[in-house]
Design a protein around this ligand. Structure first.
Ligand code: HEM
Length: 488
């Protein structure tokens, strides 16, 4: 069966059935999620790219002077830049955020005066509609290809719709531009490898040229080819598709999660305040020295409240709200017989996770595999009374049980419990999210940066709805921010 994603991703491992082909694709990219690469190298590029986002929002906060503005593109551009930085390295010259900064640098007071979206209302609640500059054709093509998923999703026949879309000159042009960009970066990595004497990861953990995912993939291919006695094929379809897969799987997911995050935090000022205080306590040296926390500080300093907020945004945002699996043997689920080959879909934000648990028929439930009972012992259920609320505190444990109320609690002294209750934002098992480690590194850096630098004020009611739209991910229809810069 032709899947919804196949038109965009080809045979990238996300769409393959678990088996030899999936394994082969996974092997191509496996090394890119090593903690050493993520924490010591990729994180620096992600951090550098996050500074562009902070600069853009500093300028917008100043120009907006307390009025809200649309945030979704800024977040999307910032995340795309970090994913491209991770994939292609810090020297990758293209950026989606920088043209927006350059555009704002050219804005005149007259133009600024004309930027209200509601012409009749120029009050503090009316959103300001900042102009956007065109981004580089390669990046624009990537974003437009991602948007194709929206176009295809409602078609009665997905396969037919993809067949038609792929015939269009627009789609072919975008694919060519995207492929040229990826090919160019592979070429650069191959040249760097050759120049630096092919001293690969066999000799040293991370040679100086291996600073991005593409370089790691190129090195792996060269070593495999040598071992198998063949010429390396750096531009194979498998490699091209897996690199494109990073960009697709890593950009919409992370930007959507952050978009939900800024909404939840703006609407929960106490939580936001606690988070900022937790970060300021964790990075007291940075405050004393009037600087931003460094990337090492962000990743290495324990900050339980930050962990709790990230986990709660993932639980409540429900970026990927549906999971699916195919039964590979006859089995029983909650007392229902599931024959081999049946496709089972389940909600990542349904009963027990974001909604009260369903009443289960104990007699039937007991027919479940003993594993599910074991899981229940390790991960307790959430309290049905508040399971639907955004409440990061649910992820924290107070070993001392010292405080009598939230007001006099020392939030910095609590510990984070990742198994406090059920949540599966990254799925489960062998086919769970491949990029999970990268996602946490990115999320930690980007969320710290935004909360450190800005107070997210509540937006007017009409801009604050929680309605979502579902394509590849479940994203908010509305994502506005109203910013106040935090001074130190
Ligand atoms: C907050 C961000 C992210 C969320 C919420 C997320 C969530 C998910 C989920 C729910 C799945 C399906 C898991 C399952 O079926 O059990 C998945 C798969 C996957 N994710 Fe992520 N993801 C995120 C970020 C990333 C990033 C940054 C990358 C890579 C650069 C990535 C790459 C992948 C890949 C390649 C798969 C397919 C794995 C396979 O089928 O074997 N994801 N992700």
């Amino acid at each position: 069966m032709y899947t919804y994603f196949e038109g965009l991703l080809g045979r990238q491992h996300f769409i393959l059935k678990t088996g030899p082909e999936w394994k082969l694709h996974r092997r191509v990219v496996d090394d890119t999620m090593s903690p050493a690469f993520l924490n010591n190298l990729a994180s620096h590029t992600i951090y550098a790219r996050s500074l562009d986002w902070v600069e853009l929002w500093n300028t917008k906060a100043r120009l907006a002077a307390g009025r809200p503005f649309r945030a979704i593109h800024d977040i999307h551009f910032a995340v795309l830049d970090t994913v491209l930085g991770f994939s292609f390295g810090s020297q990758f010259p293209r950026s989606a955020t920088k043209p927006q900064m350059q555009r704002l640098a050219r804005i005149t007071p007259e133009e600024l005066g004309r930027l209200s979206t509601a012409q009749e209302n120029t009050g503090i609640n009316s959103p300001i509609d900042f102009p956007e500059d065109q981004i580089d054709e390669g990046l624009k093509s990537m974003l437009e290809l991602l948007e194709t998923l929206e176009e295809v999703k409602t078609a009665p026949s997905v396969a037919l719709k993809w067949w038609f879309v792929k015939k269009t000159s627009a789609y072919q042009y975008r694919t060519r531009m995207k492929d040229e960009c990826i090919r160019g970066e592979i070429k650069r990595a191959v040249a760097a490898r050759t120049k630096h004497g092919q001293a690969s990861s066999e000799e040293s953990e991370s040679p100086s040229w291996m600073r991005c995912a593409v370089a790691i993939i190129v090195d792996r291919e060269a070593r495999n080819a040598r071992r198998e006695g063949r010429a390396p094929d750096f531009f194979s379809t498998v490699i091209m598709e897996e690199i494109w897969g990073f960009i697709v799987a890593g950009s919409d997911t992370m930007s959507t999660t952050l978009s939900w995050g800024v909404k939840f935090l703006a609407d929960h000022p106490k939580t936001q305040d606690r988070l900022r205080k937790a970060l300021q306590t964790a990075h007291a040296n940075a405050i004393e020295q009037r600087r931003l926390p460094s990337v090492e500080e962000i990743l290495q300093t324990p900050a339980a409240y930050l962990d709790a907020v990230m986990e709660e945004i993932l639980r409540c945002g429900g970026t990927i709200p549906i999971g699916d699996r195919e039964a590979i043997v006859d089995t029983v689920l909650l007392g229902h017989r599931i024959p081999k080959g049946t496709k089972v879909r389940f909600l990542h934000n349904g009963p027990g996770i974001r909604r009260p648990e369903l009443e289960v028929n104990e007699r039937k439930y007991n027919l479940c595999s003993p594993d599910s009972k074991e899981v229940e012992k390790v991960i307790p259920g959430w309290d049905n009374q508040d399971v639907d609320l955004f409440k990061p505190e649910r992820w924290l444990r107070d070993p001392e049980k010292s405080a009598t109320s939230d007001e006099d609690r020392d939030w910095a002294s609590l510990s984070f419990d990742p198994q406090a209750g059920p949540s599966i934002p990254f799925g489960l098992g062998i086919r769970s999210c491949f990029g999970r480690r990268l996602a946490y590194v990115e999320f930690r850096i980007l969320l710290t940066m935004v909360i450190w630098n800005f107070e997210l004020l509540k937006c007017p009611e009409e801009l604050s709805s929680y309605a979502g739209q579902l394509a590849f991910v479940h994203k908010p229809r509305n994502c506005f921010v109203r910013l106040k810069t935090v001074s130190y």
